[in-house]
Design a protein around this ligand. Structure first.
Ligand SMILES: NC(=O)c1ccc[n+]([C@@H]2O[C@H](COP(=O)([O-])OP(=O)(O)OC[C@H]3O[C@@H](n4cnc5c(N)ncnc54)[C@H](OP(=O)(O)O)[C@@H]3O)[C@@H](O)[C@H]2O)c1
Length: 352
């Protein structure tokens, strides 16, 4: 579908449906990027549903401890655990997943919420452009590495497990540049320092949110329908949070800062309102699980994704990005290949 800017503005002025609730007793929920903003608010909602374990994964221990104490204080829930992961560092992600394999047990709900916005090229220690690594590569890496724990949980439960990837309506308004779409290694092209001029970095965050939608759909294409695991993308809506923290470091009367402040004043929901979308993606729509698979949640219901994603070019791009993502992640962890082998199948549509 084509979603106009006006349609998104109308969404922002709509009444946000109340938070979905579910019985999470005996279940494990993992929220990545949970110390502030939408992930923090979603964690509080999950805590109120009393899961057996709620793991909040944060990159900064001190901030994580403050968040954990706040979750306990506000909800009275005492099963919250703080684990450390930095998505800008592949080794941190693989260490995290190794620890999860040893100590995490089965995983029923994974919410991949962490993301950054950055308008200037900054490579990570792994050599990838930061937004691309945090928002897409590491998000995909952790999601794939945790598939065995998610499937194990789904097999023992009456409801399939869920992977929720937090995307954005911005995916409607971006298509890859021609050079990127034509490339056999689009991620490498996108990450290349020469490509990452300020003009191209303007759209980097939007591109990463499109990659999130493509990942959810590509993964769903490769999960057999009997696998008790559903992957869902979600738009939390435009919310007050720390996502645009860099704008608030600009001089008080700069155009960028005033524009963001004005936009937020006119349109933004609270992070709590945004978090309800994540919760719906994680526990909602159980009456029609098949519908939720590869779904895109907006305002507490499923809506169609961008026309580009549904187009032939979009599907071709999706498969190219999937193959490149797996190639890259195979170089990061020797656990990716066996997971792809054991849990995923090659869909007909991947033959370009
Ligand atoms: N806010 C919006 O208007 C909006 C709109 C559409 C979609 N979204 C999406 O909603 C999600 C949540 O964003 P938000 O608005 O709540 O932003 P936020 O307040 O900035 O929260 C982002 C979270 O991700 C964490 N994070 C960032 N980089 C990380 C890394 N390298 N490793 C581990 N964690 C990392 C942050 O930790 P630190 O505090 O340590 O940085 C923070 O906990 C994102 O996926 C975003 O793209 C937001």
């Amino acid at each position: 579908m084509k979603k106009s800017l006006l349609a998104s503005v109308i969404d922002q002025w709509s009444v946000v449906p109340p938070v979905e609730t579910a019985d999470l007793s005996g279940k494990t929920v993992l929220v990545v990027g949970a110390n502030v903003g939408i992930g923090f608010e979603a964690s509080k909602h999950f805590a109120r549903m009393q899961p057996a374990r709620l793991i909040i994964a944060c990159r900064n221990e001190a901030k994580g401890k403050v968040a954990l104490a706040e979750i306990e204080r506000e909800t009275g829930y005492n099963g919250c655990e703080l684990w450390i992961v930095d998505l800008a560092n592949f080794a941190s992600v693989t260490t995290f997943s190794d620890k999860f394999k040893r100590e995490g047990g089965d995983l029923h709900i994974l919410v991949m919420n962490a993301a950054i916005v950055q308008l200037v090229y900054q490579p990570t220690a792994d050599g990838w452009e930061s937004v691309l690594q945090v928002n897409h590569l590491a998000t995909s890496l952790l999601s794939l590495l945790l598939i065995p724990q998610l499937v194990a949980a789904g097999e023992k439960s009456s409801t399939p497990s869920r992977i929720v990837i937090v995307s954005s309506d911005l995916h409607y308004w971006i298509t890859p540049a021609k050079e990127v779409e034509a490339s056999t290694t689009p991620l490498e092209t996108l990450s290349n320092e020469e490509w990452c001029i300020p003009e191209h970095m303007q759209s980097r965050y939007n591109e990463s949110k499109l990659l999130n939608v493509l990942f959810v759909r590509a993964l769903t294409d490769r999960l057999q329908s009997i696998t008790p695991l559903s992957a869902v993308a979600v738009n939390p809506g435009y919310c007050y949070s720390q996502l645009r923290r860099d704008w608030y470091k600009k001089p008080t009367f700069s155009f960028a800062r005033i524009a963001v402040a004005l936009n937020e004043r006119l349109l933004a929901w609270t992070a709590e309102q945004g978090s309800r979308q994540l919760v719906f993606a994680a526990v909602g729509g159980r009456d029609n699980e098949d519908n939720m698979k590869a779904g895109y949640v907006n305002l507490g219901r499923l809506i169609e994704v961008a026309d580009f994603v549904l187009s032939d070019e979009g599907r071709k791009f999706q498969n190219t990005v999937w193959n490149e993502t797996i190639d890259i992640l195979n170089g990061v962890s020797d656990k990716i290949a066996p997971i792809v082998q054991d849990y995923l199948v090659v869909p007909d549509s991947s033959i370009n």
